[in-house]
Design a protein around this ligand. Structure first.
Ligand code: AMP
Length: 593
């Protein structure tokens, strides 16, 4: 299984340098297939979802072909949401960090036009934005596409679901015929196929083959966890899970070192394994793992290729693999020599689709696991503490210490139990026996967008971390307070029958009305319509725009102030319950070092 490196793919040297600095060791499958096609100037249809590395798959080759001296837009990337626009713009910025005079400009609804107009006047070679706002700028002539030579439609199926397809087509029609085009989509519904046929001509199609593999001996679980909480989640798992040897897979070389160092700092015996290490050092690390001199190895896919160590009882996918094949290969590092193996997969809310795709290709359900609670961690530590005390009852100088303590008790008139409690308290200071571990926000019912935490809680009617009570159902027409903003309820003619999800509504309103998504209040989905609480005082033009122009899930939103049409209160809350997945039985605990 040998694959080319970034160098041999032919990306421009400043881009290559950035990629190397970012610690990317090898191209992901979608990158390996897409980069040569885009470098050759051909149109591309990429069937890929978030997490496969698709951003770099189009950004690296397109950036390689940019003329930084020319300040007019050369590449336009359309994204369904402002969050993705920001993410893609940030990625482009990091890949282009060695390109002098390079500018990327994110453009989306919900922010002041003036800043964007200034940015456009200053000049940017790459524009990343949501269709509605991009179209506004094209119409105002503040964005000119006549010199465009690359257009990317990112998450095209999402744009379709959010009702942007007409805008997208209008924009496509504005781009020069000579412009190279790429479209990425996780699914290929007929309207997307139609766009491809009309605007991408004989595009080369790349997709990640989903081969079916069986991995019977390996018990698989996943944990829904946000990126910044992964280390905390990992530490808790390591504390309560009984394991022998473990491989933790991450995406970059730098992450192998970072994660291994953090684990060492938390008292686990861990080492990094990546392609930057010399062959002999890599062999040494693997041997240390074999002999039990180190328990955890944090590795990239490349470095762990073919690794065969019997004592690996666990594989943790700290970063989700790019594709199903890589997943099967990774978890195959455990369950060696007929043993049972455990595989744990961290999934960020936005990576849900990759999880489903892995399940389909392995034809096995991956069970949801719960993050170990503070209580479980505490039980484990108490047990280890007791074991340690019992072991040290054999200590050599015990008689001397007994005499010392007897005198201490007598002189100060304190009980032996008090002395013991005081010593125990001191001993556990670095690793508290009763840690106060807050539950992490698993993001399980997250809408999949970055800034939706607060919303997610509201939709679920849960208390916020500040202990606020959920707002009770209120009567229509009544004003509501939402984080100190007065809210009113609106109705839209899109409901569950049209397949709408809360995130679609949030996306459409955030992008089209310029309302920060955290200011979008409670959403209720009914069969044929929905209601949403929005800040009072919506400007007339925006209301008219939402009423007459905006579509959600291909349905006209037809926003109206809730009045004459009384909503049916039997409607379900918008937050779908997570699918009931079986929980794994508790695992045997292991005494850490
Ligand atoms: P995407 O699918 O574009 O959302 O990318 C998912 C994540 O993978 C991002 O955090 C990227 O920085 C990272 N990534 C993309 N390509 C590579 C690569 N070749 N090696 C390591 N990480 C990568």
């Amino acid at each position: 299984m040998s694959s080319p490196d970034f160098e041999s793919l032919g990306i421009a040297s400043p881009v290559l340098k950035a990629v190397q600095q970012l610690g990317y060791e090898q191209p992901s499958p979608i990158q390996e297939q897409s980069i040569p096609i885009l470098l050759a100037g051909e149109n591309l249809l990429g069937v890929a979802q978030t997490g496969t590395g698709k951003t770099a798959a189009f950004a690296l080759p397109l950036l390689s072909r940019i003329d930084s001296k020319q300040k007019t837009p050369q590449i336009l990337v359309l994204t369904p949401t402002r969050e993705l626009a920001i993410q893609v713009a940030e990625a482009c910025q990091s890949y282009a960090r060695h390109m002098k005079g390079f500018h990327v400009l994110p453009i989306y609804g919900g922010t002041d036009m003036r800043g964007q107009l200034r940015g456009l006047q200053r000049g940017a070679q790459v524009i990343v934005g949501t269709p509605g706002r991009i179209l506004d700028h094209i119409r105002r002539r503040s964005l000119k596409l006549n010199e465009l030579n690359g257009l990317v439609l990112d998450e095209a199926d999402e744009m379709l679901r959010m009702g942007f397809i007409d805008d997208v087509e209008t924009i496509l029609a504005e781009t020069p015929d000579t412009c190279q085009r790429a479209l990425f989509s996780a699914t290929m519904p007929p309207p997307i196929r139609r766009v491809v046929k009309k605007y991408l001509g004989d595009a080369q199609e790349v997709s990640i083959a989903a081969k079916t593999k069986t991995v019977e001996r390996i018990s698989q679980r996943y944990l829904m966890v946000k990126g910044h909480q992964k280390m905390e989640a990992l530490t808790r798992i390591l504390e309560v899970e009984e394991f022998d040897g473990m491989i933790i897979f991450v995406r970059t070389k730098s992450a192998t070192v970072e994660v291994a160092e953090k684990l060492e700092a938390r008292g686990f015996s861990a080492a990094a394994l990546n392609g930057d290490l010399s062959q002999s050092l890599r062999e040494r690390t693997v041997n240390r793992l074999k002999k039990g001199q180190v328990d955890i190895v944090v590795a990239t896919d490349v470095a762990a290729r073919g690794l065969d160590v019997e004592r690996i009882s666990h594989v943790v996918n700290y970063d989700i693999p790019y594709d199903n094949e890589a997943y099967v290969h990774r978890i195959g590092r455990t369950g060696r020599a007929g043993r049972e193996g455990q595989a744990i997969l961290f999934v960020a809310p936005k990576e849900r689709r990759l999880l489903r795709s892995i399940e389909q290709s392995t034809r096995q359900a991956i069970a949801a696991m719960e993050l170990p609670t503070g209580e479980q961690v505490s039980d484990q530590r108490v047990q280890q503490f007791q074991e340690k005390i019992i072991q040290s009852l054999e200590a050599k100088d015990r008689e001397k210490f007994k005499a010392l303590l007897e005198k201490l008790a007598e002189d100060n008139d304190i009980s032996m139990l008090d002395i013991a409690a005081s010593l125990a308290s001191q001993l556990q200071e670095e690793r508290p026996l009763f840690p106060n571990l807050a539950p992490l926000d698993s993001g399980k019912r997250d809408t999949g967008k970055r800034d939706s935490d607060k919303r997610g809680r509201r939709e679920r009617g849960e208390r916020s971390s500040r202990g606020e009570r959920p707002r009770k159902e209120r009567q229509r027409g009544e004003r509501k307070q939402h984080d100190d903003i007065d809210m009113v309820t609106y109705r839209m003619e899109v409901g569950k029958d049209h397949g709408v999800m809360p995130k679609d509504i949030v996306g459409a309103i955030a992008n089209e009305a310029g309302i920060e998504s955290q200011n979008i209040g409670r959403i209720k989905l009914n069969d044929d319509h929905s209601t949403v609480d929005l800040p009072e005082g919506m400007p007339k033009e925006i209301f008219q725009h939402l009423k007459n122009k905006v579509r959600v899930c291909q349905q006209p939103m037809k926003l109206s102030l809730l009045g004459a049409n009384k909503p049916r209160m039997r409607s379900l809350d918008s937050s779908a319950k997570p699918k009931g997945r079986s929980k794994k039985p508790a695992h045997k605990k292991r005494a850490p070092k």
